[in-house]
Design a protein around this ligand. Structure first.
Ligand code: AMP
Length: 221
């Protein structure tokens, strides 16, 4: 199954995408994660992307789309994937259609995680990320067992540089500007499922799994 996760920063896309990918046994493709790996690996792409990411603005479409095209050329995406963080605007949605068309792939479902602003701010300002395996924790909502250490791999937890209050506000502005056109694009394509996502991660995940199952069991024309 080919699934896109849409939603504001802090909607829980990363957490849900990881859980869904384990549940459905599909690769998780996160453009934010791939970009961060490039920044920490100091690659050419990472050098170009770093300043945009630190400011909370979008990395130029062409760079991210080329990066994603390379990811789609890997064989593990053949049976499906969970795409998280792309598309961020209508140009990227159209570029994605082209990339997929060239590879004879069609998107099955687009989950839109609907989240309210106070919940977003609370989630992002308390978010901690494992430097080693990328799993997200939260200072109060999902604290690690040992302070500063990942429960799963023992890696060190850090706060993302773009999870500071000023940058969070900018990321939300960028998001609001672009989201309406994306929503109507996928609504018109009949692929959009709105999923309330203010509740804790386990409840939201159950909703997503149910929708994926219903889709899987539904007759295809
Ligand atoms: P995320 O981990 O999805 O919150 O992304 C972190 C940052 O990476 C964003 O604020 C952008 O600067 C950049 N980024 C991730 N995905 C994209 C994308 N599809 N287009 C442009 N920039 C992106």
């Amino acid at each position: 199954m080919k699934i896109i996760l849409l939603g504001p920063p802090g909607a829980g896309k990363g957490t849900q995408a990881k859980a869904l990918s384990e549940n459905l046994n599909l690769p998780h493709i996160s453009t934010g994660d791939i970009l961060r790996q490039n920044v920490s690996g100091d690659t050419e792409l990472g050098k170009n992307a770093k300043a945009y990411m630190e400011q909370g603005t979008l990395v130029p479409d062409a760079l991210v789309t080329e990066m994603l095209a390379k990811r789609f050329d890997q064989p593990d995406i053949k049976d499906g994937f969970i795409l998280d963080g792309y598309p961020r605007n209508i140009h990227q949605a159209k570029a994605l259609d082209e990339l997929l068309k060239e590879r004879a792939i069609t998107i099955d479902l687009v989950f839109y995680l609907e989240t309210s602003e106070p919940v977003i701010i609370k989630r992002l300002s308390g978010r901690l990320v494992c430097a080693k395996c990328g799993v997200n924790f939260h200072i109060t909502n999902m604290p690690p067992k040992v302070n500063g250490i990942c429960d799963f791999c023992g890696g060190k937890l850090y706060q993302r540089t773009d999870d500071k209050e000023e940058t969070i506000k900018r990321r939300l502005e960028v998001y609001k500007k672009e989201v309406a056109s994306l929503i109507s694009y996928y609504e018109q394509a009949g692929k959009l499922k709105r999923v309330p996502a203010d509740e804790e991660a386990g409840i939201v995940l159950e909703r997503l799994i149910k929708l994926a199952q219903d889709y899987h069991d539904s007759p295809k024309v």
